[in-house]
Design a protein. Sequence first.
Length: 218
Amino acid sequence: MTRAEPGASATAARLAAMGHEVLLLPCLAVKTLPPRLPEHPAALVVTSGQAVPALPARLHNVPVFCVGDATAIKLRQAGFTRVESAAGDAGDLFRLILARNLTGLHVLAVGERHGLALLARLRAAGITAARRKVYTVTKLQNLPDDVRDALAAGALDAALFYSAETALAFAKVNPPGTAAMQAYALSGNVAQALTGLPWARIHVALAPTEADLMALLA
């Protein structure tokens, strides 16, 4: 399991309940930043659940557009009351925002280097939008010895990837033994980021949701 916390442990518990033995290898470490968000935005745009802990309670009644259902659940659990999920990828999120046609400033609450393409598309479509960095991401630099040994020994059957950034971070540490493993990707973009490594097979979820990814393992 390569996804970062928070989220990795919960996913690992779901996999264990399905009968899988799970080894955690968070390829990204997330640090929440003090948010610099305007007082009265027309809407928030959230592309990752990693942004949720940084969002202040004073915005709980502001409309929020998010990329997927898992992030929508996190937002509602955090107290946000007007959440809509695009149930897809960044393109689906863009179309959802366009369809709602709200007047006023749309604030993208994102990680560093994230949301730039979406911001440009929104502005080109005439949507007033700004981008605010609410978390930073540090990539894995080296494989822990126990993980490298397990990979080299062929003791791992599969690896799960929830983002292209995670997939690229995993590839960069030069993991051994992937040619004998199955890779499971949340989306086509994630799968594309995995092609630099040899895999026995790369599976792609039917839709970019955890439920669809888990269905591949059932």
